[in-house]
Ligand binder design. Structure first.
Ligand code: HEM
Length: 324
């Protein structure tokens, strides 16, 4: 019984013809198996069914419901080409992006509200108010902006047409994130130096600095390899999987640094002399929730990066030179 497979959802869902799984031509099965790895679960292959897709797909810029994809016409008999080129699932990812946007916005708002409401607000004068910029800049830059930047190539419209504008957008967003990260570090080092507090002693600071150093190398290497015109094609091909791996690693480190930083700040601030952390005062509730929001945001970005259906199809990758 193959009801768990994508092709079983079309006619059963009432969107296609009266053809049933049992009535599918046997030589179409291989073809459908290949398609199932390309199409999101709720889409139906019209090459093997006369079915229509339950959601619009965009084919060479035009949204349509009938999956008349090149090479997968009704008579494909299983030997037709798999329709990687030109097929873009526009649904699922965009609502997911909206959810991520909301979560990211909440992360920034929660961080700002915590610093403003419970930690005395903001200043740039070497005081504890200067420190308060540190979490705000770090969460905004290293987590939310960076998290958005790494998803640029998952936007379906980036799969067709010239790649260069998307590369520039990716580079610009990560650069903006990097500027915020530098400001966040200046805020915390400036505060420590003004108050004679030792630097770089905590696990949080080591994790954080590792994330920032990797991020700097990643940006420079990405710029030199993918944007400079004289970088050789073999280097781009070899370096790309490394860049992708470290892209996720840096986000994971940023999550670890943010969560450990929140915990450390709570231990520093909610001492037994004031309101003990162990009594779980409202500030602790709030900041713990911020940590959980950061965790949810980061994990969802990592999940989106790993989803095969949201990756640019390999065939399109081969069609578009890495430089353009
Ligand atoms: C990706 C995000 C973050 C990175 C990369 C990061 C990085 C760093 C670094 C490198 C330091 C050492 C500064 C020094 O030694 O003078 C530091 C200090 C500190 N950070 Fe963060 N941070 C991040 C997020 C946060 C967040 C969200 C908080 C929450 C309040 C926080 C709280 C602190 C605290 C309390 C210190 C001073 C104590 C210490 O050195 O550990 N950080 N951070």
């Amino acid at each position: 019984m193959e009801t768990a497979q994508p092709w079983a959802t079309g006619p059963a869902g009432g969107t296609g013809s009266a053809q049933t799984e049992a009535g599918a031509p046997p030589d179409a099965l291989d073809h459908r198996a290949a398609l199932s790895s390309l199409l999101p679960v709720s889409m139906t292959c019209a090459g093997c069914w006369t079915a229509k897709t339950p959601f619009p797909i965009v084919l060479q810029g035009r949204a349509r419901r009938d999956a008349e994809v090149p090479g997968v016409g009704r008579g494909c008999k299983g030997g037709g080409a798999v329709p990687a080129a030109g097929v873009m699932p526009t649904f699922q990812f965009l609502p997911f992006l909206a959810l991520l946007g909301t979560l990211g916005f909440l992360c920034v708002v929660f961080t700002g509200f915590w610093s403003q409401h419970w930690r005395g607000g903001f200043a740039w004068d070497g005081s504890a108010k200067m420190f308060n910029w540190h979490p705000v800049f770090m969460v905004t830059g290293m987590l939310v902006l960076y998290g958005g930047a790494v998803l640029v190539y998952r936007v379906p419209s980036s799969w067709v047409g010239p790649k260069l504008p998307w590369k520039l957008l990716h580079a610009a967003l990560t650069l903006a994130a990097f500027v915020l990260v530098v400001l966040g570090l200046v805020a915390v080092f400036g505060f420590h130096n003004a108050q004679n507090i030792p630097n770089m002693y905590s696990l949080h600071s080591w994790l954080g600095l590792a994330a920032v150093l990797l991020f700097s190398c990643q940006w420079l290497m990405g710029f030199a390899t993918f944007l400079l015109p004289w970088s050789p094609a073999w280097l781009r091909i070899i370096y790309k999987p490394i860049h992708v791996f470290f892209g996720s690693t840096i986000l994971a480190l940023a999550m670890a640094a943010s969560i450990s930083g929140i915990n450390e700040k709570l231990f520093f601030s909610l001492t037994n002399k004031t309101v003990p952390y162990a009594k779980l005062p409202p500030e602790a509730w709030f900041a713990n929730s911020l940590g959980m929001l950061i965790l949810a945001f980061g994990l969802l970005v990592l999940w989106a990066l790993a989803m095969p259906a949201w990756k640019r199809p390999e065939s399109l990758e081969a069609q578009q030179p890495l430089l353009h």
